[in-house]
Design a protein around this ligand. Structure first.
Ligand code: ATP
Ligand code: MG
Ligand code: MG
Length: 549
């Protein structure tokens, strides 16, 4: 692979190693909240965190950031583990932030005891008013001067369920004059009488992100805690808690989140698409989820390659979907066997070929792969070809079929169109051709040159399959940036189902995980909806490269 210069995180890590920081140890974490399936943005974070640890002989923890009891679910925990493994990475440990609830509680009492945290029963509106605005100085609420003893007692009452949801919060006593509003006595704990997917009903107070995340990093002795840019203003708070608690000094670094064109990346929005039935599930091949791309036929290697190519940015940007498509197309070009499938059939009869005869032709599987081998393809006098490969009134330079025009049938013979038939509605039903016996592929002595080659399947030998063709899920490049409801920008034609495509018989043995190039139609993968004798193929990507380098 190409040499590239170090990204800014690699530079920081190499400097840390050179300076013997943490004994040169590198320990990262990937911290998803189990409130949805992972998307391609998470894939970027996975490649980054696990990739850095791999490169510097370090470790990566998979930590579920499960401090919010309401939206989290075991289904998500399992799908996340499956997706990380599928991406090709091995975690050091699977951990849950909720396992630290006892420790975090002790940390909170420590801060209360140091006079650095207080219980505040002000309403959210009062708290906001007292905090002021970035250009004014905040004012203390009456609770700020409470004694340590009283704070401890109230906090214990909060923990013991003596107060209803919202009655009071625990706040850190940081700096009400800070221009960074996050430092104006941020909330550490709130009361939530809610069942947690792991701790059950043990807790009715739950820590806020800012109090849980850095402390979890520190408990795990994470050296480089990488997150997205919107957490830059949280960093002083991250450092403040660690300093005041005098615990292992993890450090936070920020990079730009991945945004991909023609889709949305927020789990809240993706969940809405699932719940409202806009898509068939989190793994619908139109979803930007890892499981959606997998089902569509993407490989983990192509997604890793994509993440490598986009690199690590420090400014937010929108990455072109066509780059991701380029990555999978490039891989499948090397690895996928070429086969023939007709999606919109029209009958072609060869009038001078013996009726009822079957000839077995040999088809090279992959011209890009010398070890790709070949397969047998039955040929006969009645074939299916694509409807679009015939025109009643072909324009000049139409190098396919029309009366008087010739093409090569891939792996077979040159045929010339003599006539055609229509039904009562004017639709062409059958075209009649003659073939040139000396023009067989591989032993062509006809001396005839034709410009076009088309794919086909023998009607008597063909099997059928359902084929699903996908288009982008949204009509606009950046739905998240549009005014109004993001669902107004959904592409109504993102799925086209071909219920009965004709496939060459060798394809009938295809299994889940198999990927093919359907000649001239794109790359296709077997969908898990397939049943014996009823295959379903998803188009992973078209053949046309729209990525402009
Ligand atoms: P969402 O807004 O979709 O809920 P999130 O950041 O809340 O995203 P988490 O489950 O907390 O989702 O994310 C786990 C990790 O993945 C975090 O470290 C987060 O920074 C990272 N991550 C999430 N989305 C992206 C993205 N689009 N690009 C890069 N990293 C991301
Ligand atoms: Mg998050
Ligand atoms: Mg989130």
């Amino acid at each position: 692979s190409e040499e590239r210069s170090l990204n800014f995180l690699e530079q920081i890590i190499e400097e840390d190693i050179a300076n013997g920081v943490n004994g040169g140890r590198v320990h990262t974490r990937f911290p998803p909240e189990p409130n949805g399936y992972l998307h391609i943005g998470h894939a970027k974070s996975i490649c980054l965190n696990f990739g850095l640890a791999q490169k510097y002989n370090g470790l990566t923890n998979l930590r579920f950031d499960d401090t919010n009891p309401v939206k989290e679910d075991v289904e998500y925990v399992e799908s996340i583990m499956e997706d990380v493994k599928w991406m090709g990475f091995q975690w050091n440990e699977v951990l849950f932030a909720s396992d630290y609830f006892d420790q975090l509680y002790i940390y909170a009492e420590t801060l209360i005891q140091k006079g650095l945290a207080y219980v505040d029963e002000s309403t959210p509106e009062q708290i906001a008013t007292f905090k002021g605005t970035p250009t004014t100085v905040g004012k203390p609420t009456p609770a700020r001067s409470r004694s340590v003893e009283e704070n401890l007692q109230l906090f214990r009452e909060m923990k013991d369920g003596k107060h209803p949801d919202g009655a009071m919060v625990l706040r850190a006593k940081v700096d009400l004059a800070s221009p960074n509003m996050l430092l104006r006595d941020p909330i550490m704990y709130r009361i939530k009488h809610a069942h947690h997917h792991r701790t059950g009903d043990k807790w009715c107070i739950y820590p806020m992100y800012d109090f849980a995340h850095g402390q979890s990093d520190s408990i795990e002795k994470i050296t480089h805690s990488v997150c997205t840019l919107e957490f830059i203003p949280h960093r002083p708070l991250y450092d403040w808690f660690i300093k005041e608690l005098d615990i292992f000094p993890s450090h936070q670094y920020e990079f730009a989140r991945l945004n991909l064109s023609y889709t949305v990346m927020s789990k809240r929005k993706l969940l809405q698409l699932v719940q409202e039935g806009t898509v068939t599930g989190w793994d619908d091949p139109r979803m930007p989820t890892i499981s959606g791309f997998r089902r569509k036929g993407y490989t983990a290697a192509s997604i890793r390659e994509f993440c490598e190519r986009i690199g690590i940015a420090k400014r937010d940007n929108l990455i072109d979907l066509s780059l991701l498509e380029f990555c999978i197309r490039e891989e499948l070009n090397k690895t996928a066997n070429r086969v023939m499938a007709v999606l919109d059939p029209i009958k072609l009869v060869i009038t001078n070929y013996e009726a009822g005869k079957t000839e077995i032709l040999n088809g090279e599987n992959n011209p890009e792969d010398p070890n790709g081998g070949s397969r047998e393809i039955p040929f006969s006098n009645t074939l299916y070809i694509e409807r679009e490969d015939f025109m009643e009134n072909p324009p000049k330079k139409f190098f396919r079929l029309g009366v008087g025009l010739s093409v090569r049938l891939k792996h077979a013979y040159i045929v010339k169109c003599e006539s055609f038939e229509k039904d009562e509605n004017g639709n062409v039903t059958t075209i009649y051709c003659s073939y040139i016996p000396e023009s067989k592929s591989g032993s062509d002595t006809s001396g005839i040159n034709v410009k076009g080659t088309i794919h086909w399947v023998s009607a008597a030998h063909a099997e059928t399959a359902e084929v699903r063709l996908y288009d982008r899920l949204f009509k606009v490049e950046n739905p998240a940036a549009e005014e109004g409801d993001f669902k107004d920008f959904i592409n109504p034609d993102s799925l086209h189902i071909v219920e009965k495509a004709y496939i060459e018989p060798a394809l009938a043995k295809a299994q889940l995980g198999d990927r093919f190039q359907f000649l001239r139609k794109g790359y296709f993968a077997v969908d898990p909806d397939s049943k014996p004798g009823a295959l379903v193929f998803n188009r992973t990507v078209t053949l046309k490269d729209t990525w402009a380098k």
